[in-house]
Design a binder for this molecule. Sequence first.
Ligand SMILES: [Zn+2]
Length: 509
Amino acid sequence: MKKIFLFIILSFNLLYASAQDNTAVYNKYFPLPDKNIPFPILTKESKSYYTGYNDVIKYIHSLAEKNAEIITIGSIGSSQKGRDVPSVTFNKKSKIADADKIRMALIGCMHGNEPISTDGMLYVMHELMENPSYADLLDNIILCIYPIVNPDGHEADTRATNNGTDLNRDLAILEAPESFNLKNAINSFDPHIVIDFHEYAPDRKNFREIDKCLTSSYDALFLHTGNLNVDPAIRKVIENDFVNPTKKILEENHRKIDEYSVASEKNNEVVLTIGGTASRSSATNYALQNRISLLMEIRGLSEKGNVCKRRIETDFLAAISYIKIAGQKAADLKAVIADANKRAIRADRDIVVTSKSKAEIYPFTFVDKCANAYKTVDFNASNNNVQTPEITRSRPEAYLILSVDEKVKRVLVASGIEFSEIKNQTILSLEAYQLNAGSYQLVNQETTIGKGAIVINMHQKMGNTIADLLEPEGNNSLIGNDLLKLLNGSDHNLYRITKNQMIQLQNKN
Ligand SMILES: [Zn+2]
């Protein structure tokens, strides 16, 4: 009995001490904004520290009713549990025709347990409509906000969807209905710019293992693609015109910012991976489609209900910065994208099949909660923002798949890829991929191309996405994901077609 009592007193003291320390840390490093932020909406229905799904829906409808001439609420489909996934489109009547406006999409809550990203989007909508200083911001922009793309995860406080799919690892092969619907919505809206808002956990297990006092010091991390198949001009615009000025704006607003990084353990050592190249995730996926694309990680997740208003304001500051840039640079940005589309259609750039990230020492700044002071630790890191090509391959005139099921066709269609079907049987010698001692070599093979085979011409806007989905080495490719087989029985199934072979095929079909 005595022991239990002592234990209770000790744990109470520990809790009290840590709460005290954290208050000092929050006051010093993460103070709340000194203005009225009417989010999250905490009503009887909210089960937690964030705005619940029903209140999100109620709020966007009330805002749309008040601003009927600007806002249209749409639906991109239903979640697995039948919840509607809304889109909120802002299109202000102005002297500029809709077709001449720049289109921009903001995404919130792909990961259900990152709900403050949704509240951030609500605050963006609120300010755009209620704050007169933003009245002109939307003159030449059509803005579409998807505030809650994973409502089931949001309501269950889980990262994944109801069937366990991580939506931001599903954008290449689109297995969950939520990612399929979102991809369709994005392709039909056809935004020039896509910004995807997330939360990251500052208190990672890896960091606690180094020192239990450490929490990340950063309010926001910027993830922009390092994938070398993304058009170089698109990558440059993302970094120079969007990331760098927005970093500056956040710093001016007393936010500490950094490149996106994630910690993991390698040979008993905590290492960092900076940036990303994987097309299964939004930042790279939309950039491969020649869209200006970024993922924002706002401090949160393990923070749960702590300093929500500061985090909501960080979402807002970043989003408003991007909206301003889009409006001011609309003509230039559209020209860069139009050029990238032309280059994709020309299809003369080699495909980078595999590339290597740069190994470097990377300083990461923590707040030492025990000392209430910054502490910078140098990590071994691999930097995905600096890639060196390893295997490259020329871009074929087209790819040909002999046997293709509905699942693959569905991914191609939803990814905005055009293809045609073979009507008349043809025999040609084509290039196929042969696995030799762990690497693929191109071999020529005489092939009977039957009815139903599909030809994917590379002279199209989505050329970079096609290369990413079809070159077999890619981790996110249809082959790497086991959706497409390289062999059809003992025959090859995926082929590369030259210009001459394409002419022969077209003559017979
Ligand atoms: Zn996330």
